[in-house]
Design a protein around this ligand. Structure first.
Ligand code: BV8
Ligand code: ZN
Length: 242
């Protein structure tokens, strides 16, 4: 890994990771844009991941989430998750913000993970505060809220929905105080998540992108490492903890 990155990371007072679907790709979960394999190839995730789609055809949207939940249930954290956990354990003030809804950062031992777009493992009610874990119900039956008798929906942030207030506030605080901002495995196209890198830049953080493909962030990042997350982060860990 580039020496200036290693030195900057070791001397940082605060480090922030923003991760996207590319970090879970190596655990066998297709990225958000690729989550169209097989039957789901005919649908656009950006249209399915909306309240409108769920209202229009709850069973279709529910089945898509149940298919993705099965992938999540079978998935294990990969080396990218594990290195981020090790960095959080070994270095001071390391915050992990994820756009992923699969819970794999927590499964690998990362703490206080900020779930910017919620979590696919749970359901919630649109009307009251009721929420429940869904992972042991991968059937086509859509559960109802026990209080409101309306259909429950996956506890994720859909397009057109606001980021949960706590996740948003904690993310902005973490980004504002960090000296190093890693953007790992995200296409940097969905806002407001994609805006976090610009906020880090305004606060003079070193911006390091890890993504085999170029994104809208690549040209303005201090370092754009065009490698898969697993191997790039393993290289970084080898230099940090040698
Ligand atoms: C909001 C949870 C306002 C759900 C997700 C018109 C109408 C309404 C809104 C908008 C609009 N136009 C624009 C908007 C804003 C919209 C937006 O940004 N749209 C985009 C498409 C232009 N944003 C929103 O709607 C947000 N809300 O604006 O609300 C508001 C405000 C106040 C009050 C009310 C409303 C909400 C956005 C959240 C949507 N939910 N996920 C679910 O999962 O089902 S987004 C979802 O897609 C992901 O969470 C992620 O954030 C996003 C992109 O996915 P990525 O993680 O980046 O994955 P992607 O597949 O794109 O890329 C993977 C990358 O990995 C690639 O670059 C690839 O090269 C790389 N990769 C692959 N392998 C590897 C790798 N990298 C490293 N290693 C590897 N091995
Ligand atoms: Zn309810």
């Amino acid at each position: 890994m580039n020496q200036s990155i290693t030195e900057k990371v070791l001397s940082a007072n605060s480090i922030c990771f923003l991760t996207g679907a590319g970090v879970s790709a190596e655990s066998g979960i297709p990225t958000f844009r690729d989550a169209k394999t097989g039957y789901w190839e005919q649908f656009n995730p950006q249209e399915l991941a909306t309240q409108e789609a769920f209202t229009k055809d709850p069973q279709l949207v529910w089945n898509w989430y149940q298919w993705r939940r099965q992938l999540v249930a079978d998935a294990k954290p990969n080396s990218a998750h594990k290195v981020i956990t090790k960095i959080q354990q070994q270095l001071p003030n390391v915050n992990v913000i994820t756009q992923n809804v699969d819970g794999l950062h927590q499964a690998s031992g990362s703490r206080e993970v900020i779930e910017f777009h919620g979590n696919i493992r749970n359901n919630k009610c649109n009307i009251c505060k009721y929420a429940e874990v869904n992972m042991d119900n991968l059937t086509e039956d859509i559960p109802e809220c026990p209080h409101c008798k309306t259909l429950l929906r996956p506890a994720v942030v859909w397009f057109g929905e606001a980021i949960p207030a706590r996740a948003s506030a904690h993310s902005i605080k973490a980004v504002k105080e960090c000296d190093v901002f890693f953007s790992v495995g995200t296409s940097s196209q969905v806002h407001p998540a994609a805006g976090l890198a610009q906020l880090a830049r305004i606060n003079k953080a070193m911006i390091i992108e890890i993504n085999p493909n170029a994104t809208p962030l690549s040209s303005s990042a201090d370092y754009a490492i065009a490698e898969p997350a697993g191997s790039a982060l393993e290289d970084l860990a080898a230099d940090l903890f040698k």
